[in-house]
Design a protein around this ligand. Structure first.
Ligand code: LLP
Length: 429
């Protein structure tokens, strides 16, 4: 569920008419619903029930300071992948002691910074990295808390660029090699405290089966590591998928209720119901690293139609947002539902490509999609753009980054101002 819906013919975010925001702030414009972010965070937290657990929000999905502050103030921990993300979390009032640090290529500077800030755990992706972490911690006279990422070799059945839990992916250490690695580390690496085990099989998983398969496969391993090395946590990663295809309808509880039981997309309640019985008696703190589930449906990218171009083969609607603002369609063939800010009065649909101004054929938001007609000057929303939207935006084609707005009930706050042309060349000579 989320905070975007038509009210009296206009698309709203919570109690704010999005047309008023584009009039005031221009486009392209990212808008987030604080209520949706908190609702998702709270529902995930509740789905884990009384199991000892912590939600460590994956900062990479949306790292705006105000989003981080909102989550920090409601007790979230954070999963970070760079020194930059740790810096953001600290600036937003997050507690480093509730941060885990993932990623296959941590630099010395990042390791030193994270050690000095006292993070909860380095989630280590190779023996080489674990040995380097031990060395750096030794030089600083510190003990580094660590968990190794196990690669359980489970097929997440998601896009190949966001699937991470198979042996051919660069992530983690082979399932069969973990036990010996922990033995060696316990004997040889005196500046490492083995604190947990981590896994993450992929992103945008829309069925529960791969989660169950991975959890069941790793339970004997994690139980052994607890007995032998006294580890205290198991991070089962993120990856919970969201609705992209019927994003607008999925904001409504009645829509969920109307979905046939066996076809219903993965719900957070199902996630909890299936996983909690398997996890609750392990005597381990369970960490979750959701990114997309928390913020994905909580954000939209608003853009204005500039031109309509009728080619011999296609009709193009050219808008003022481009792949530099939202790269998911170009990079992963990601589907974002497109809806006009003014509710269409007819059910007529036309087949169009909605494209941006960037000089690349991959710069499209949809191809050959049936949409309600809209004209130059009209505004549309690209739904479900709250995760990996602004966070992956770039200045490609020397386009200033869009502004970001956070809506809380009837209040809309600019949480990142639109870049200016001067911002574009800052630091250059
Ligand atoms: N934990 C680890 C170790 C990860 O690598 C990721 C995502 C997460 C947690 C959070 O996953 P989530 O809950 O958001 O699925 N840019 C792509 C997604 C890349 C995901 C990278 N890792 C997209 O737009 O679909």
């Amino acid at each position: 569920m989320h905070g975007f819906s038509y009210k009296n013919g206009s698309l709203f975010c919570e109690n704010i008419d999005l047309s008023t925001l584009v009039a005031e702030h221009g486009t392209p414009l990212y808008v987030y619903s604080a209520g949706t972010i908190l609702d998702h965070y709270t529902r995930l937290d509740a789905a884990l029930g009384s199991t000892d657990h912590e939600v460590a929000y994956a900062v990479k999905a949306n790292s705006n300071l105000s989003v981080l502050r909102l989550l920090a103030s409601h007790g979230a921990g954070f999963d970070i992948v760079s020194g930059g993300e740790l810096f953001r979390v600290i600036k937003a009032g997050g507690d480093p002691a509730h941060c885990t640090f993932a990623g296959v290529g941590k630099t010395r500077d990042e390791i030193v910074y994270a050690l000095q800030q006292g993070i909860y755990s380095f989630n280590v992706e190779s023996e080489e990295e674990l040995r380097y972490l031990n060395q750096v911690a030794g030089e600083l006279g510190m003990i580094a808390p660590a968990a190794v990422r196990v690669n359980p070799n489970v097929d997440a059945k998601t896009h190949k660029y966001i699937s991470t839990g198979k042996s051919e992916n660069k992530f983690g250490v082979d399932f069969g090699a973990i036990s010996d690695l922990y033995e060696r580390a316990a004997k040889e690496l005196k500046n490492i405290k083995l604190r947990g085990l981590q896994m993450h099989i992929g992103s945008q998983l829309t069925s529960i089966a791969p989660f169950i398969e991975a959890v069941e496969k790793v339970i004997p391993l994690v139980t052994e590591l607890k007995a032998r090395h006294g580890i205290e946590f198991w991070s089962i990663g993120g990856g919970i998928g969201i609705i992209y295809q019927e994003s607008l309808k999925s904001g409504n509880a009645d829509w969920w209720a109307s979905q046939p039981e066996n076809e219903r997309p993965l719900t957070i309640e199902q996630y909890g119901k299936e996983l909690v019985p398997r996890l609750k008696d392990l005597g381990l703190k369970i960490l979750l690293e959701p990114g997309r589930y928390i913020v994905g449906n909580a954000g939209v990218l608003l853009t204005k139609c500039l031109y309509e171009k009728k080619g011999s083969a296609k009709t193009f609607k050219i808008v003022d947002a481009g792949m530099n603002d939202l790269i998911r369609p170009a990079l992963y063939e990601g589907h974002h539902e497109i809806v006009p800010l003014v509710e269409p009065s007819s059910t007529e649909r036309i087949k169009v490509d909605v494209v941006g101004p960037i000089c690349e054929s991959g710069d499209f938001f949809c191809q050959d999609r049936l949409l309600p007609d809209f004209n130059p000057g009209d505004y549309i929303a690209l739904m479900s753009a709250g995760a990996y939207g602004f966070a992956m935006a770039s200045n490609y084609n020397s386009r200033p980054l869009p502004a970001e707005i956070l809506v809380e009930g009837g209040n809309a706050t600019v949480i990142r101002k639109r870049q200016t042309l001067e911002d574009l060349i800052e630091g250059e000579h």
